[in-house]
Design a protein around this ligand. Structure first.
Ligand SMILES: [Zn+2]
Length: 111
């Protein structure tokens, strides 16, 4: 984008580092057999958007999801107690979204 001589107020966010992280994640998924076919399993198009995100999470109550049918579970609105570091692959054609846990891939601390 041309800046017409004005300083760029939105400097690029270190693209080489992001590209390196994406390549490392894609390589890890291929090593583990999770990307046998590069095309979207829903629509067959090859046009992906790749992002790293943190999914806020709260622990389930002790009863988990095995609540009786007549029990209403209220989820409190509060700060999440943890985050799930994730890699998302979003098909630009149909919106199919695939989420991989970065901890399980060994791409962030812990397993
Ligand atoms: Zn698709």
């Amino acid at each position: 984008m041309a800046n017409f001589g004005f300083p760029n107020p939105y400097p690029p966010v270190d693209p080489p580092d992001v590209a390196q992280r994406v390549n490392e994640a894609i390589q890890r998924l291929q090593e583990r057999g999770a990307l046998r076919d590069d095309h979207c399993p829903r629509c067959g198009v090859f046009d992906w958007e790749v992002d790293f995100i943190a999914i806020p999470s709260v622990p389930l109550p002790n009863a988990g999801l095995n609540l009786q049918g007549n029990v209403v579970m209220h989820v409190g609105i509060s700060s999440p107690s943890s985050y799930i570091p994730a890699l998302t692959l979003v098909c630009r054609n149909c919106g199919n979204t695939i989420i991989h846990n970065l901890k399980k891939l060994g791409l962030v601390g812990g397993k």
